[in-house]
Design a protein. Sequence first.
Length: 131
Amino acid sequence: NNPPRQLVKRSFFGKGNCFKYLLYDDGTIMFHFGTEQGSQWSWKKVKMNDAELGEILLVLEGRKEEVTFYHSFGEGEKKITTQIWVNSKQEKGKRAFFIKVKELSKSFNEGEQRVLEALLNHSLIRVNLQF
């Protein structure tokens, strides 16, 4: 039994932070939230589902202002539940889009928003159709 194969890995870097989008051939979609601490990176990894991706798309398309999700990180005594915020607003005639967790806020420029939207659309089709 082979581990799932990574199909997509796209990193969106900010100042001292990074948001990674990963899609695997078994339909798993992961968000990794990274913060730079000196020369090291600290990561929170979250498994997302298709309904959550759909909600994020609604924000990217301007049909919703924001969505919120709760996810747990870690195991046992180290288990922490964190809120993930996805929101957008108009700033200087452009749509500002953010994904935030407590430790970081990653803003996406217009080009990055388009790339993320394409990845979300592709993933929604891929995970809901059998190839």
